[in-house]
Design a protein around this ligand. Sequence first.
Ligand code: ACO
Length: 431
Amino acid sequence: MSDDKRVAKLEIAGKTYELPMYSPTAGPDVIDIRKLYADAGVFTYDPGYTSTASCDSTITFIDGDKGELLHRGYPIDQLAEKSHYLEVCYLLLYGELPSPAQLEDFESRVTNHTMIHEQMHFLFRGFRRDAHPMAIMVGVVGALSAFYHDSTDITDPWQREVASIRLIAKMPTIAAMAYKYTIGQPFEYPRNDLDYASNFLRMCFAVPAENFVVNPILSRAMDRIFTLHADHEQNASTSTVRLASSSGANPFACVAAGIACLWGPAHGGANQACLEMLQEIGTPDRIPEFIARAKDKDDPFRLMGFGHRVYKNFDPRAKVMKQSADEVLELLGVENNPTLQVAKELEKQALADPYFADKKLFPNVDFYSGIILEAMGFPTSMFTPIFAVSRTIGWISQWKEMIADPQLKIGRPRQLYKGATLRDYVDIEKR
Ligand code: ACO
């Protein structure tokens, strides 16, 4: 952010206020309104933060018009193609691609934190068998703060580092345990001789009665799904983590808040909702009916996996995900998967429809991810927990950046109050 001495002028009741402007390294200029209330006595109004930068950051950049996503400057398609999840984690967390020695050290630190405290196993038993795995994750991740007291002091950079590694390492273990619990199978402990994605697949699909060999193609596809979801600048769940952390709360509690936010169908829950929608459509001949419903103002139905607050072009992650879906299904010998056929035809018809073209609605990352996850054997209820595993690195990188910022202030939005003005209490017998 550079202060280029330009100012924006705002006139209120005949008085002009000068607001500093900043030029980012990429993206639109920003007007600094921090002193506006003190100087002019007015607030700005921006529900949904459509025009508000809530922080400055050096982690991720999105150009929604071009359909570009960069992590520390590197395009997501290059990272998905050439890198792997733990290397991307290092990049997001520390700002640069690691040297071979740095990567080895990082992978070894993550690998050595994959187990969770044995007493945490009892927590799972408190949940109903039919609990959604996201419900379990909100609770269990928050409960990490009750087990790892030695990494909850956010003023200590070393404890912040340990908490970051613990979260990256333990999240797949917790997600896999949530899954095993809901299907009534025993928990599988992590195996440190496996890579991150293979270990996760094993913890989800292995049973003690049989040998389990991870299919390297599926492991690569899993790693790519993790990589594509790793960070997405100030999205709803990341902003939730930042807001929760701004009060000084510990990182485990804040990441639990992020998981809660991610759960919603407008955010991370869209991958589950999208696959369910594709399955409900069932056959390509029913697509026009669903497109008509999505366009109908009186019908709350929306095309899941379509549209994005920031992308007004193809979500670059969706392109990689579509290619991955083709590869995985072909390798599994299910290239004629009817859901994939419906998805491709739906994409084609929606993109040719002026409603979607005019509103710049394109497939987002969730449009194809569910198809891959289903082909791997995951039930829809696991889609959002997998997103949570992937996004943990984004949450903690943004958290770490925020906590290290000397200008950190508690997040405290204002409001446009429209309620009753001052009135006297009326005794109950007089109402
Ligand atoms: N289907 C039909 N119409 C849509 C869709 C959709 N999927 N998305 C947006 N629109 C329409 C809206 O009705 C609105 O129309 P209007 O201007 O006539 O009122 C217009 O496009 C703009 O939509 P908003 O909701 O104002 O856009 P916003 O930026 O607030 O919402 C969102 C973005 C939530 C992602 C939205 O596109 C949506 O609900 N998509 C479906 C859910 C989804 O796929 N979410 C995943 C997001 S990606 C992620 O979290 C990983």
